[in-house]
Write a protein that binds this ligand. Structure first.
Ligand code: FES
Ligand code: MG
Length: 576
């Protein structure tokens, strides 16, 4: 038997000690599903089905798969759909981040285990696209990302609403007694108006844009909403392209290059993207042997304005971004800052695809470079004795009045402590204080929950306070807003300085100086560390044991240490 594409491929054969017998068995079993030899001799395109009743963000998976299959067959390939884990933000206890690496391992090993010449990764909800790109980068096959697409917006009493910036806004109103039980129930029906991913520039939309900027989707693959004909056409094209990638051996390492990550970081900054995007990009780069340097991101941020006017930094929704021309319109504005020679899944460069994308038109969602929404990139990187390995703030969604601020620390030891006391009338807090939440980092919670969006204490909320400086080692949803310092590294649970902040300490935040400082001496900090040594959390068995023993800090993407490739070349040197 010869070694040709399709089920004749010897790579990954189950070894019964006799390769020809293994191939003979493989074919016999698949023929049990009614395939002919002719079907089995074509390039095999695996299609990762992440549809699940628990994942409405992937609720269009059946239609997408049908369209991908059509594309694969039109191009002469054999589509083979198979399942992996699916992760939805709201149905992933303790956190979706806790499960992201598990999904990446599932993806990687299924790509390795099963015979396929290329793979279509169907993902959308926040952690799924990063997990798939991480797994596919490690597996090394030709791979192409298909985004499920955003949900439609709803309408509440004639006001347009969408998950989940408006979820938070309405919940804030309810907490402040501005709206009643009936109204909060009514709005609950409208926030998620269809299947698909969150309709603002949250993590899902951010990762969709990043996937396209990385060159991992067909052109225009980021923006069509889930239920549209445009989305189905993207799916069909994706299937066709996967066959060509198999034929050309266009493996993922040829696409995920330092230049691709450079372009993705520019896009992350220019879309006012989710802070989670930087953790995921770092993790994906780590699978490629590349290091994302936060300082380089910050330098890029100073020359990359926010151009996309989407919530939570702006006012529009993802479907508006699509109608305004989507990624092509954005990339045209960013062109002078991009590495146009980066290869994409089409086999052409990003520059060539941009040339082919046609002219722009008048619209008001994607701003011209000289009339940005925000003059710098969405994310600023902070440093100081409180965060020796960095912290970040989404400056485009922060309150300008609080970005240079010194205040008294009001400390919560962990999420339970916060939940117990934050709404108490006895809480000693004013609008000038700084809320500090410890132990919600990668190991602390564990899984680095999005609890960094600490609610405004009820007594301040009732007094009309809309924002207050907040600091934690956790993450925040891409759909949230406020003057919120996140990803403080190292985290409290591994003995980072954050562990030793006490009530009443003074903290200085200066976004202009990129500083986050605890205003006590080094000696005092060292003394506190000696007096209260931190014991890292451990677990006795199972995935939690693996997680706690091997998860890295935010600056390494919260990936497991043993899944990262050996770091060879940096992304950093190519950025200046
Ligand atoms: Fe899936 Fe927001 S919950 S994208
Ligand atoms: Mg989210």
């Amino acid at each position: 038997m010869t070694d040709k594409p399709g089920f004749g491929l010897r790579k990954g054969l189950t070894n019964y000690g006799d390769n020809d017998f293994s191939l003979f068995l493989r074919k016999a079993f698949i023929k049990g599903a009614g395939y002919t030899d002719s079907a089995l001799e074509r390039p095999v395109v695996g299609i990762v089905n992440t549809g699940s009743a628990y994942n409405p963000c992937h609720g269009n998976a059946p239609q997408l798969i049908e369209a991908v299959k059509r594309g694969v067959m039109l191009a002469g390939g054999l589509p083979m759909e198979f399942p992996t884990i699916s992760i939805h933000e709201s149905f992933s206890a303790p956190t979706s981040m806790y499960l992201r690496n598990l999904m990446s391992m599932d993806t990687e090993e299924m790509l390795r285990a099963q015979p396929m010449d290329a793979v279509v990764l169907i993902g959308g909800c926040d952690k799924t696209v990063p997990a798939q790109l991480m797994g596919a980068a490690s597996a090394g096959l030709p791979a192409i990302q298909l985004i499920t697409g955003s949900m439609l917006t709803g309408s509440h009493r004639s006001e347009r609403v969408g998950a989940c910036t408006d979820c938070r806004r309405y919940w804030g109103k309810f907490r402040a007694d501005e709206i009643d039980e009936q109204e909060i129930a009514d709005v609950n029906d409208q926030l998620v108006a269809s299947v698909g991913t969150c309709s603002v520039m949250g993590t899902a939309s951010t990762m969709a844009c990043i996937a396209e900027a990385l060159g991992m989707t067909v052109p225009g693959g980021a923006s069509p909403p889930a239920v549209t004909a445009d989305r189905m056409r993207v799916a069909e094209r994706t299937g066709m392209q996967a066959v060509r990638m198999a034929q050309q051996q266009l493996t993922i390492d040829k696409v995920l290059t330092p230049d691709a990550f450079h372009n993705a970081m520019r896009v992350l900054l220019a879309i006012g993207g989710s802070t989670n995007g930087i953790i995921h990009l770092t993790a994906i780069a780590g699978r490629c042997g590349l290091e994302v340097d936060l300082k380089a991101l910050d330098r890029m941020g100073r020359e990359t304005p926010v151009l996309v006017d989407l919530k939570p930094s702006g006012q529009h929704y993802m479907e508006d971004f699509h109608h305004a021309g989507g990624m092509a319109a954005l990339l045209r504005e960013l062109k002078p800052l991009l590495k146009l020679d980066a290869l994409t899944v089409t086999g052409r460069t990003l520059g060539e695809e941009l040339e082919a994308s046609g002219p722009g038109f008048v619209q008001d969602v994607i701003k011209p470079f000289d009339r940005p929404i925000y003059p710098q990139g969405g994310i600023a990187v902070l440093e100081g004795n409180l965060a020796p390995r960095g912290a970040i703030i989404k400056q485009s969604a922060a309150n300008s009045a609080l970005m240079e601020h010194e205040g008294r620390a009001v400390v919560f030891e962990n999420a339970e402590d916060m939940a117990e006391r934050i709404d108490s009338d006895d809480l000693d807090v004013t609008a000038d204080d700084i809320l500090v939440l410890k132990n919600i980092g990668p190991k602390g919670a564990p899984g680095m929950p999005e609890a960094g969006y600490i609610p405004i204490p009820k007594k301040l909320g009732r007094a009309g306070v809309k924002d207050i400086v907040r600091i934690s080692d956790g993450r925040m949803s891409g759909t949230a807003f406020g003057t919120i310092v996140l990803h403080v590294t190292p985290e409290a649970a591994v003995g980072g300085p954050l562990a030793h902040v006490r009530n009443g300490d003074r903290i200085r935040l200066s976004v202009a100086a990129r500083e986050i400082s605890l205003l006590i001496s080094d000696e005092e900090l060292a003394q506190r560390a000696r007096e209260n040594p931190v014991h890292e959390p451990r677990a006795g068995r199972g995935y939690r044991k693996l997680f706690l023993e091997t998860v890295t800090q935010a600056d390494q993407g919260v990936d497991f240490d043993f899944l990262r490739a050996e770091v060879s070349t940096g992304v950093t040197p190519k950025m200046d």
